[in-house]
Design a protein around this ligand. Structure first.
Ligand code: CP
Length: 310
């Protein structure tokens, strides 16, 4: 069975195939009055979300519907999870009900991997839509699609990932994917917001944002994930913003061609100023748009083609 659980170890040829399919789908659907393809007719896709989401859940639903799949959304708060049902029993129930694919977001790192084991016998594909602080592979794929669109290629490009790397599954997935595709990844963060073992990752590390900006082709700002913080990781929001926020002054340090990314949701005024988020350098809205095409491409490669994922 084919799954998409992580970008760590993902075959770069498979990732490139997803990006190519997403680009093709984007061009195919551009300007169409009716955005509907028959590709997944008769397939059932279930989103199972144990954490809040706007972008990921909505874009997976749109992606499935634009490909004519039957899409059912299950949120933990309104399901039998609230009566104490386990993740395993919930997953087996969805498979028994006819799911061809379960897209899961869960606060525990490794939840998607566990699910793929439980659903192996049923032949249900699993997509990780974010598991704890571990990975968010479709976010990294849509970020890569956006970067490729704006920059043309990854080889030799320098991408900065800035802020709360420690708690960020987006950062982890991007580190593995972008480096596998040929880019150089620079992490810029205070020492308290870097993960243990960062030296074993394919990245360079800096604590000085101003010093890094002039040599970056793109800068990806991360949300400060207060909900995952139990302790003081920086003195105050104001001091964090002064040291690591992307404001108008800092944006002028970037090369003219540089792209500004943010996975969302943004904390405007904290890690990114409104003037930057809404500037021509920002590709934040394009990231969301590409998210639909990339998720269509992922569903296509898992459910409708002979391509293989890890
Ligand atoms: N980037 C992202 O995962 O956003 P949501 O939490 O809104 O899905």
């Amino acid at each position: 069975m084919k799954h998409l659980l992580a970008t760590d170890g993902l075959d770069p040829a498979f990732a490139t195939a997803v990006l190519d399919t997403a680009e093709e789908l984007k061009h195919t659907l551009l300007g169409r009055e009716v955005r509907k393809l028959p590709t997944l007719r008769g397939r059932t896709v279930i989103t199972l979300f144990y954490e809040n989401s706007t972008r990921t859940r909505v874009s997976f639903e749109i992606a499935g519907k634009w490909m004519s799949a039957d899409v059912i959304n299950v949120s933990a708060s309104s399901s039998s999870v609230n009566k104490g049902e386990s993740l395993r029993d919930t997953a087996l129930t969805l498979a028994a009900a006819g799911a061809d694919c379960v897209i899961i977001r869960h606060p525990a790192s490794g939840a998607a991997q566990r699910l793929s084991g439980w659903l192996a016998e049923a032949g249900t594909a699993v997509v990780n839509a974010g598991d704890g602080t571990h990975e968010h592979p479709t976010q990294a794929l849509l970020d890569a699609a956006t970067l490729r669109e704006r920059l043309g290629s990854f080889e030799g490009r320098r991408i900065g990932i800035v802020g709360d790397v420690l708690h960020s599954r987006v950062a982890r997935s991007n580190i593995h994917l972008l480096s596998a595709l040929g880019a150089e990844v620079v992490l810029v963060a205070p020492p308290t917001l870097l993960p243990a073992g960062v030296e074993s990752l394919p990245v360079t590390v800096s604590h000085e944002l101003d010093a890094e900006l002039p040599a970056l082709d793109a800068v990806m700002m991360l949300r400060v994930q207060a909900e995952r913080m139990h302790g003081g990781f920086f003195p105050s929001a104001r001091e964090y913003s002064i040291a690591y926020g992307l404001n108008e002054r800092r944006m002028k340090l970037l090369p003219e061609h540089a792209v500004v990314l943010h996975p969302g949701p943004m904390l405007r005024g904290m890690e990114i100023a409104s003037a930057v988020a809404d500037s021509p350098a920002s590709a934040i809205t394009e990231q969301v748009r590409n998210g639909v095409h990339v998720r269509m491409a992922v569903l296509y490669h898992l459910l409708a083609s002979e391509g293989a994922a890890a």
